[in-house]
Design a protein around this ligand. Structure first.
Ligand SMILES: C[S@@+](CC[C@H](N)C(=O)[O-])C[C@H]1O[C@@H](n2cnc3c(N)ncnc32)[C@H](O)[C@@H]1O
Length: 295
């Protein structure tokens, strides 16, 4: 693999297959025109196999919100979100501007899916500050080029700490694609005090629904590969994991009052007050999440 990769020519609009960006948008509650019938049918079919999938995806978004707030509390003011997806509740710039407006955080979104990129640009055009927020169409694997373009926005000062978000992305990367190489490159580019926010679906061979859904993603534009905790931890390199380490997304620094988080009421509507949607079965959250700091 070279720094500029050979994948950029694959940046095409695929409407003959469901895409992870648009499926995810649908599962988070996005309606057309951002996603298509092919994505919605795929999403509904997978929910039939894995009923907790939608709530797990929403839990991933809640984790991202708390991780962004943590970064701001630690004084980080710059965010690069690779594989940012279609804009949804709690995009990094929204969380940052709500939680710490005085920080005037800078955010660069990166995705290699045309629809995701187009809608990020539309959202940013509508509600963001072009002096502080931008969206790029670029591929994770073309890491040299991607990073040059991030810096060319003028929004990211490489001498200052950056919060790099790589959430729900790496389980769409197969071992033979060596996703650890670009990630190690990105980590090397980041100043001390930088943070890596990462989520990844956990391998669970006992969960037949999860196994089937993973196989079905093989028919989308983003074949999926699940990993064990040990494998996920390697993505953090030698950076120091913040407490509580790599854990189920909903257990990472939970808020005292979860009901203030997006979709919480929807996900717990039929449950006794205070009961999390996963009940006693934390594995229903599917995603593991962690935040590590460049010492
Ligand atoms: C499931 S979404 C995750 C969205 C967001 N990061 C989150 O956690 O809520 C995965 C995103 O990664 C993007 N993606 C997949 N492979 C990519 C690559 N090689 N380079 C950049 N983006 C990629 C997809 O287009 C999709 O938008």
């Amino acid at each position: 693999m070279s720094e500029d990769g050979d994948r950029v020519d694959k940046l095409q609009l695929h409407l003959d297959k469901a895409s992870s960006a648009r499926i995810y948008d649908y599962m988070l509650g996005g309606r057309g025109p951002n996603n298509y019938a092919i994505d919605r049918v795929f999403g509904d079919d997978q929910s039939g196999l894995l009923p907790n999938m939608q709530a797990a995806m929403r839990e991933n978004r809640r984790f991202i919100g708390r991780a962004v707030e943590t970064a701001l509390q630690l004084g980080v003011r710059q965010f690069v979100d690779i594989g940012s997806g279609l804009p949804s509740h709690g995009q990094a710039h929204q969380v940052a501007d709500r939680f710490a407006p005085e920080a005037k955080a800078h955010v660069v979104y990166v995705d290699n899916e045309l629809i995701a990129n187009a809608h990020s640009e539309i959202l940013l055009g509508d509600e963001a500050d072009p002096e502080r927020h931008q969206a790029l169409l670029a591929d994770y694997f073309a890491y040299g080029q991607l990073w040059r373009r991030v810096l060319a926005t003028g929004l990211i000062d490489p001498e200052q700490p950056v919060c790099l978000l790589v959430t729900a992305l790496l389980h769409f990367m197969l071992p033979e694609d060596e996703p650890e190489i670009p990630l190690a490159y990105y980590r090397r580019k980041l100043a001390p005090g930088s943070l890596l926010v990462l989520t990844h679906a956990l391998e669970d061979r006992e969960d037949e629904g999860l196994q089937e859904v993973t196989r079905n993603y093989g028919h989308t534009t983003n074949p999926s590969h699940l990993r064990t905790d040990e494998e996920i931890l390697r993505f953090f390199g030698d950076w120091e994991l913040l407490e509580p380490g790599l854990t189920w997304t909903g257990l990472w620094r939970p808020r005292p009052d979860r009901s203030v988080e997006p979709w919480w009421e929807e996900d717990t509507r039929d449950l006794p007050p205070g009961e999390p949607w996963w009940g006693g079965d934390e594995a229903k959250m599917i995603y593991r999440g962690g935040v590590a700091r460049n010492p």
